[in-house]
Write a protein that binds this ligand. Structure first.
Ligand SMILES: C[S@@+](CC[C@H](N)C(=O)[O-])C[C@H]1O[C@@H](n2cnc3c(N)ncnc32)[C@H](O)[C@@H]1O
Length: 273
């Protein structure tokens, strides 16, 4: 007879990971599991747990195994169709909220929304805002729509290539994006969690700056006067992104560090002509 305690001991995973998978398979809380870890577990549940544990040992990210990841205090559904939202991306949300502080009904665009983490979090903080989000991946848009619905956020979604996905008219007060920015030749793409994430979410298959260039230059005609843009990028890309923004017509260009102190987000406001 298998019990949760026994399964945790034999699965070859650190205790915390075994517990997370057990909570997921048994659909029980941590508290329940602590009190019932010597209860018998059904043969199907034991088999599901051991399959997930084997996938985890081979490196599949925990978020894909349990199907959720927390971002800005909300639980987002995730699958291998979308990038797993990262804690450092919360900085983008904070900067967007700061940029539209004091504005009524701000218009916000999130390009490459993935799971919808940024757009949905912003919409939940600013229910008066018009939040629009796009992605070229059909599966990502479906996932983002599910997350918006489950969390009660009002977001308009469009599927397609960057700005081309959007209706031709309409301007925004803030444009935000965490685009694919890893160079196609970067060895990290074949390591760790990245091996399991969608390639198109990680790289634009060029030098890593291609999507950032398209988004920065395209923002000029899509932003209202003095509108702001905020872009996440690799920690070695800050000066390139700042230069792209300045030469595209942005001023007050600033870079902010992530939780590890690495330059991670750069943005600015549209220069008044
Ligand atoms: C780094 S992920 C970011 C996902 C999400 N915003 C987040 O921060 O967790 C980049 C996203 O851009 C999307 N993407 C890649 N190329 C695109 C394109 N040409 N047009 C629109 N979206 C694109 C990917 O499908 C992916 O969802």
């Amino acid at each position: 007879m298998q019990t949760a305690q026994l399964l945790a001991q034999i699965c070859g995973l650190p205790r915390l990971e075994a517990r997370m998978l057990l909570e997921h398979v048994l659909q029980r809380s941590r508290e329940w599991l602590l009190a019932h870890d010597t209860d018998p577990v059904s043969a199907e549940q034991a088999a599901s747990f051991l399959t997930l544990a084997a996938q985890r040992r081979q490196g599949t990210p925990m978020a894909y195994l349990v199907g959720v990841r927390e971002f800005m205090g909300h639980r987002f559904e995730v699958s291998p169709d979308v990038l797993i939202p990262r804690p450092e991306t919360e900085l983008l949300v904070e900067l967007v909220l700061k940029s539209c502080r004091g504005m009524q009904h701000p218009r916000i665009l999130d390009l490459g929304t993935g799971s919808g983490a940024i757009a949905v979090s912003v919409a939940l903080e600013r229910p008066d805002a018009m939040v629009v989000a796009s992605d070229q991946s059909v599966a990502a848009i479906a996932m983002a729509q599910r997350n918006a619905h489950a969390l009660g956020a009002k977001v308009q979604f469009w599927q397609g290539n960057w700005y081309e996905a959007l209706p031709s008219e309409g301007q925004f007060d803030v444009i935000v994006s965490n685009p694919p920015y890893i160079a196609a030749t970067d060895a990290h793409l074949t390591q760790g969690d990245l091996r399991f994430e969608p390639k198109d979410a990680l790289t634009e298959h060029g030098d890593g700056l291609g999507a950032l260039r398209i988004i920065a230059t395209g923002a000029v005609s899509r932003l209202a006067q003095t509108g702001a843009v905020w872009l996440e990028h690799g920690f070695e890309q800050a000066s390139d992104v700042a230069q792209i923004l300045e030469s595209s017509g942005f001023e007050n260009v600033q870079t902010f560090p992530d939780l590890a102190g690495l330059p991670r987000v750069t943005g600015g406001t549209l220069r008044n002509l």
